[in-house]
Design a protein around this ligand. Structure first.
Ligand code: AMP
Length: 284
Protein backbone atom coordinates (compact mmCIF):
# COMPACT_ATOMS: atom_id res chain seq x y z
CA UNK A 1 0.00 0.00 0.00
CA UNK A 2 1.24 3.43 -0.91
CA UNK A 3 2.19 5.63 2.02
CA UNK A 4 0.45 9.01 2.43
CA UNK A 5 2.67 11.86 3.62
CA UNK A 6 1.16 15.24 4.51
CA UNK A 7 4.09 17.25 5.91
CA UNK A 8 7.13 18.70 4.21
CA UNK A 9 9.48 17.51 6.99
CA UNK A 10 8.28 13.91 6.74
CA UNK A 11 8.53 14.02 2.94
CA UNK A 12 12.12 15.29 3.17
CA UNK A 13 13.02 12.59 5.72
CA UNK A 14 11.66 9.86 3.45
CA UNK A 15 13.60 11.13 0.42
CA UNK A 16 16.72 11.40 2.62
CA UNK A 17 16.33 7.74 3.66
CA UNK A 18 15.96 6.65 0.03
CA UNK A 19 19.01 8.65 -1.00
CA UNK A 20 21.06 7.10 1.82
CA UNK A 21 20.10 3.70 0.43
CA UNK A 22 21.41 4.82 -2.99
CA UNK A 23 17.95 4.97 -4.57
CA UNK A 24 16.86 7.42 -7.28
CA UNK A 25 13.57 9.27 -7.08
CA UNK A 26 10.87 10.30 -9.57
CA UNK A 27 8.15 12.89 -8.93
CA UNK A 28 4.75 13.12 -10.63
CA UNK A 29 3.05 16.41 -9.69
CA UNK A 30 -0.77 16.29 -9.94
CA UNK A 31 -3.90 17.98 -8.65
CA UNK A 32 -5.54 14.61 -8.01
CA UNK A 33 -8.77 13.10 -9.33
CA UNK A 34 -6.40 10.85 -11.17
CA UNK A 35 -7.14 9.15 -14.48
CA UNK A 36 -5.28 7.09 -17.09
CA UNK A 37 -3.30 10.16 -18.21
CA UNK A 38 -1.82 10.61 -14.74
CA UNK A 39 -1.37 6.85 -14.48
CA UNK A 40 0.79 6.80 -17.61
CA UNK A 41 3.12 9.38 -15.99
CA UNK A 42 3.26 7.39 -12.74
CA UNK A 43 4.00 4.13 -14.57
CA UNK A 44 6.76 5.83 -16.53
CA UNK A 45 8.30 7.14 -13.30
CA UNK A 46 8.01 3.73 -11.62
CA UNK A 47 9.79 2.18 -14.62
CA UNK A 48 12.57 4.81 -14.63
CA UNK A 49 13.24 5.23 -10.89
CA UNK A 50 13.71 3.18 -7.69
CA UNK A 51 11.12 5.32 -5.89
CA UNK A 52 8.18 7.41 -7.08
CA UNK A 53 6.35 10.22 -5.28
CA UNK A 54 2.98 11.37 -6.62
CA UNK A 55 1.96 14.75 -5.26
CA UNK A 56 -1.79 15.33 -4.99
CA UNK A 57 -2.33 19.01 -4.29
CA UNK A 58 -5.02 21.31 -5.67
CA UNK A 59 -2.74 24.32 -5.80
CA UNK A 60 -4.66 27.50 -4.89
CA UNK A 61 -2.04 29.86 -6.33
CA UNK A 62 -2.63 28.71 -9.91
CA UNK A 63 -6.39 29.40 -9.87
CA UNK A 64 -7.75 32.84 -10.75
CA UNK A 65 -10.50 34.46 -8.64
CA UNK A 66 -13.33 33.25 -10.88
CA UNK A 67 -11.94 29.80 -11.60
CA UNK A 68 -12.92 26.37 -10.27
CA UNK A 69 -10.68 26.03 -7.17
CA UNK A 70 -13.60 25.19 -4.85
CA UNK A 71 -15.42 22.90 -7.26
CA UNK A 72 -12.29 21.14 -8.61
CA UNK A 73 -13.02 17.40 -8.21
CA UNK A 74 -11.32 15.64 -5.29
CA UNK A 75 -11.26 11.98 -4.22
CA UNK A 76 -8.14 11.06 -2.25
CA UNK A 77 -9.17 7.44 -1.52
CA UNK A 78 -9.63 6.74 -5.21
CA UNK A 79 -6.34 8.53 -6.02
CA UNK A 80 -4.43 6.45 -3.45
CA UNK A 81 -5.89 3.26 -4.94
CA UNK A 82 -4.80 4.29 -8.45
CA UNK A 83 -1.32 5.30 -7.27
CA UNK A 84 -0.94 1.99 -5.39
CA UNK A 85 -2.02 0.07 -8.46
CA UNK A 86 0.48 1.97 -10.59
CA UNK A 87 3.27 1.01 -8.19
CA UNK A 88 4.31 4.37 -6.69
CA UNK A 89 5.68 4.58 -3.14
CA UNK A 90 4.26 7.78 -1.68
CA UNK A 91 1.32 10.12 -2.17
CA UNK A 92 2.44 13.56 -0.98
CA UNK A 93 -0.78 15.31 0.02
CA UNK A 94 -0.11 18.54 1.96
CA UNK A 95 -2.81 20.98 3.06
CA UNK A 96 -2.49 24.47 1.51
CA UNK A 97 -1.38 25.77 4.95
CA UNK A 98 1.54 23.33 4.92
CA UNK A 99 2.69 24.61 1.52
CA UNK A 100 2.09 28.35 1.86
CA UNK A 101 2.94 30.79 4.65
CA UNK A 102 0.26 33.47 5.06
CA UNK A 103 2.95 36.13 4.49
CA UNK A 104 4.72 34.40 1.59
CA UNK A 105 6.45 37.02 -0.52
CA UNK A 106 8.32 35.09 -3.21
CA UNK A 107 7.10 34.62 -6.78
CA UNK A 108 8.52 32.51 -9.59
CA UNK A 109 7.88 34.08 -12.98
CA UNK A 110 9.14 32.79 -16.32
CA UNK A 111 9.21 35.86 -18.54
CA UNK A 112 7.43 35.76 -21.90
CA UNK A 113 6.47 32.10 -22.25
CA UNK A 114 3.24 32.57 -20.30
CA UNK A 115 1.95 35.56 -22.29
CA UNK A 116 0.16 33.67 -25.06
CA UNK A 117 -2.27 30.71 -25.21
CA UNK A 118 -3.66 29.93 -21.73
CA UNK A 119 -1.75 32.85 -20.18
CA UNK A 120 -4.04 35.33 -21.95
CA UNK A 121 -7.18 34.25 -20.12
CA UNK A 122 -5.36 32.93 -17.01
CA UNK A 123 -2.87 35.71 -16.19
CA UNK A 124 -1.67 34.37 -12.81
CA UNK A 125 -1.85 30.69 -13.70
CA UNK A 126 1.73 29.95 -14.73
CA UNK A 127 3.27 31.94 -11.87
CA UNK A 128 1.24 29.72 -9.55
CA UNK A 129 2.36 26.60 -11.40
CA UNK A 130 6.03 27.67 -11.27
CA UNK A 131 5.78 28.46 -7.57
CA UNK A 132 4.26 25.11 -6.64
CA UNK A 133 6.46 23.07 -9.00
CA UNK A 134 9.63 24.74 -7.70
CA UNK A 135 8.49 24.04 -4.13
CA UNK A 136 7.69 20.40 -4.94
CA UNK A 137 11.09 20.00 -6.62
CA UNK A 138 12.81 21.54 -3.57
CA UNK A 139 10.89 19.32 -1.16
CA UNK A 140 11.40 16.02 -3.02
CA UNK A 141 14.67 16.79 -4.90
CA UNK A 142 13.80 14.19 -7.56
CA UNK A 143 16.16 12.90 -10.24
CA UNK A 144 13.28 13.13 -12.72
CA UNK A 145 9.87 14.82 -12.77
CA UNK A 146 7.10 13.82 -15.17
CA UNK A 147 4.74 16.20 -16.95
CA UNK A 148 2.08 15.54 -19.59
CA UNK A 149 2.17 17.06 -23.04
CA UNK A 150 -1.57 17.60 -22.45
CA UNK A 151 -0.53 20.83 -20.69
CA UNK A 152 2.07 21.70 -23.31
CA UNK A 153 2.59 25.34 -22.36
CA UNK A 154 3.11 24.26 -18.75
CA UNK A 155 5.68 21.69 -19.89
CA UNK A 156 7.62 24.30 -21.89
CA UNK A 157 7.54 26.80 -19.01
CA UNK A 158 8.61 24.24 -16.39
CA UNK A 159 11.50 23.13 -18.61
CA UNK A 160 12.64 26.75 -18.95
CA UNK A 161 12.32 27.41 -15.21
CA UNK A 162 14.35 24.30 -14.33
CA UNK A 163 17.02 25.25 -16.85
CA UNK A 164 17.24 28.89 -15.76
CA UNK A 165 17.30 28.09 -12.02
CA UNK A 166 19.82 25.23 -12.43
CA UNK A 167 17.47 22.79 -10.70
CA UNK A 168 19.05 19.34 -10.92
CA UNK A 169 15.93 17.47 -12.07
CA UNK A 170 15.36 16.07 -15.55
CA UNK A 171 11.94 17.12 -16.84
CA UNK A 172 10.36 14.23 -18.74
CA UNK A 173 7.49 15.07 -21.12
CA UNK A 174 4.92 12.29 -21.64
CA UNK A 175 2.41 11.80 -24.49
CA UNK A 176 -1.28 12.71 -24.21
CA UNK A 177 -3.54 9.82 -23.15
CA UNK A 178 -6.94 9.93 -24.85
CA UNK A 179 -10.41 8.42 -24.57
CA UNK A 180 -11.22 5.91 -27.34
CA UNK A 181 -12.99 8.66 -29.35
CA UNK A 182 -9.95 10.97 -29.14
CA UNK A 183 -10.89 13.33 -26.29
CA UNK A 184 -7.79 14.03 -24.17
CA UNK A 185 -8.32 12.65 -20.67
CA UNK A 186 -8.79 15.38 -18.09
CA UNK A 187 -10.12 15.64 -14.54
CA UNK A 188 -12.34 18.46 -15.88
CA UNK A 189 -14.09 16.09 -18.34
CA UNK A 190 -16.29 15.11 -15.36
CA UNK A 191 -17.93 18.56 -15.62
CA UNK A 192 -19.39 17.70 -19.06
CA UNK A 193 -23.05 16.72 -19.53
CA UNK A 194 -23.64 13.76 -21.91
CA UNK A 195 -24.37 16.16 -24.80
CA UNK A 196 -21.27 18.23 -24.01
CA UNK A 197 -19.17 15.09 -23.70
CA UNK A 198 -20.28 14.07 -27.20
CA UNK A 199 -19.49 17.56 -28.51
CA UNK A 200 -16.03 17.64 -26.86
CA UNK A 201 -14.62 15.20 -29.39
CA UNK A 202 -14.48 18.17 -31.78
CA UNK A 203 -11.23 19.29 -30.11
CA UNK A 204 -9.17 16.28 -31.20
CA UNK A 205 -11.07 16.07 -34.49
CA UNK A 206 -10.22 19.67 -35.36
CA UNK A 207 -6.56 19.13 -34.44
CA UNK A 208 -6.49 16.10 -36.74
CA UNK A 209 -7.63 18.44 -39.55
CA UNK A 210 -4.84 20.90 -38.69
CA UNK A 211 -2.30 18.09 -38.56
CA UNK A 212 -3.39 16.79 -41.96
CA UNK A 213 -2.84 20.26 -43.44
CA UNK A 214 0.64 20.70 -42.00
CA UNK A 215 1.63 17.11 -42.80
CA UNK A 216 0.62 17.70 -46.41
CA UNK A 217 3.46 20.23 -46.60
CA UNK A 218 1.55 23.46 -45.92
CA UNK A 219 3.76 25.89 -43.94
CA UNK A 220 1.35 28.78 -43.47
CA UNK A 221 0.25 28.93 -39.83
CA UNK A 222 -2.95 30.71 -40.91
CA UNK A 223 -3.88 27.79 -43.18
CA UNK A 224 -3.47 25.38 -40.25
CA UNK A 225 -5.49 27.62 -37.93
CA UNK A 226 -8.22 28.02 -40.57
CA UNK A 227 -8.57 24.25 -40.97
CA UNK A 228 -8.92 23.82 -37.20
CA UNK A 229 -11.38 26.70 -36.87
CA UNK A 230 -13.51 25.35 -39.74
CA UNK A 231 -13.85 21.99 -38.01
CA UNK A 232 -14.59 23.60 -34.62
CA UNK A 233 -17.35 25.61 -36.31
CA UNK A 234 -19.19 22.39 -37.16
CA UNK A 235 -19.96 21.89 -33.44
CA UNK A 236 -22.58 24.34 -32.12
CA UNK A 237 -21.66 23.69 -28.45
CA UNK A 238 -17.99 24.57 -29.05
CA UNK A 239 -16.79 28.13 -28.39
CA UNK A 240 -13.11 28.48 -29.31
CA UNK A 241 -11.01 30.61 -26.95
CA UNK A 242 -7.83 30.34 -29.01
CA UNK A 243 -6.43 28.43 -31.98
CA UNK A 244 -2.69 29.10 -32.18
CA UNK A 245 0.54 27.97 -33.79
CA UNK A 246 3.50 28.99 -31.60
CA UNK A 247 7.25 28.57 -31.62
CA UNK A 248 8.21 26.01 -28.93
CA UNK A 249 11.13 28.15 -27.68
CA UNK A 250 9.34 31.46 -27.29
CA UNK A 251 5.68 30.36 -27.14
CA UNK A 252 4.87 33.24 -29.46
CA UNK A 253 2.77 32.92 -32.63
CA UNK A 254 4.48 32.23 -35.96
CA UNK A 255 3.29 33.08 -39.47
CA UNK A 256 5.42 30.50 -41.22
CA UNK A 257 6.20 27.05 -39.81
CA UNK A 258 9.98 26.90 -40.13
CA UNK A 259 11.03 25.22 -36.87
CA UNK A 260 9.30 23.13 -34.21
CA UNK A 261 5.85 24.47 -33.36
CA UNK A 262 3.09 23.77 -30.88
CA UNK A 263 -0.39 23.80 -32.37
CA UNK A 264 -2.69 24.45 -29.42
CA UNK A 265 -6.37 25.12 -28.85
CA UNK A 266 -8.62 26.03 -25.93
CA UNK A 267 -12.36 25.59 -26.38
CA UNK A 268 -15.32 26.14 -24.10
CA UNK A 269 -17.93 23.41 -24.21
CA UNK A 270 -20.75 24.91 -22.15
CA UNK A 271 -19.00 26.26 -19.05
CA UNK A 272 -16.11 23.80 -19.25
CA UNK A 273 -12.81 24.97 -20.72
CA UNK A 274 -10.88 22.20 -22.48
CA UNK A 275 -7.42 22.26 -24.08
CA UNK A 276 -5.62 20.05 -26.58
CA UNK A 277 -2.56 20.30 -28.84
CA UNK A 278 0.09 18.64 -30.94
CA UNK A 279 3.75 19.35 -31.63
CA UNK A 280 5.06 19.46 -35.19
CA UNK A 281 8.65 19.70 -36.37
CA UNK A 282 9.13 20.18 -40.13
CA UNK A 283 12.69 18.84 -39.82
CA UNK A 284 11.64 15.58 -38.14
P1 AMP B 1 -3.27 17.89 -13.37
O1 AMP B 1 -3.68 16.97 -12.26
O2 AMP B 1 -4.36 18.19 -14.33
O3 AMP B 1 -2.53 19.10 -12.87
O4 AMP B 1 -2.21 17.08 -14.24
C1 AMP B 1 -1.06 16.53 -13.64
C2 AMP B 1 -0.13 16.06 -14.73
O5 AMP B 1 -0.78 15.06 -15.50
C3 AMP B 1 0.27 17.18 -15.69
O6 AMP B 1 1.65 17.04 -16.02
C4 AMP B 1 -0.62 16.92 -16.87
O7 AMP B 1 -0.07 17.39 -18.10
C5 AMP B 1 -0.69 15.40 -16.87
N1 AMP B 1 -1.86 14.96 -17.60
C6 AMP B 1 -3.15 15.35 -17.42
N2 AMP B 1 -3.95 14.79 -18.34
C7 AMP B 1 -3.16 14.02 -19.14
C8 AMP B 1 -3.39 13.22 -20.28
N3 AMP B 1 -4.60 13.06 -20.80
N4 AMP B 1 -2.32 12.59 -20.83
C9 AMP B 1 -1.07 12.76 -20.33
N5 AMP B 1 -0.79 13.51 -19.26
C10 AMP B 1 -1.82 14.14 -18.66
Amino acid sequence: MTQIITTISEMRAQVHAWRNAGECVGLVPTMGYLHEGHKSLIERSVADNDRTVVSVFVNPTQFGPNEDLESYPRDLDRDVALVTHAGADVVFHPEPEEMYFPDRSTTVHVEGLGNELCGKSRPIHFDGVCLVVSKLLNITTPDRAYFGQKDAQQLLIVRRMVRDLSIGTDIVGCPIVREPDGLAKSSRNTYLSPAERAAAVVLSRSLACGRAVVESGERSAEAVRAAIRAELATEPLAEPEYVEVVDTNTVSPVDVIAGEVLVAIAVRIGTTRLIDNFFFDPAA
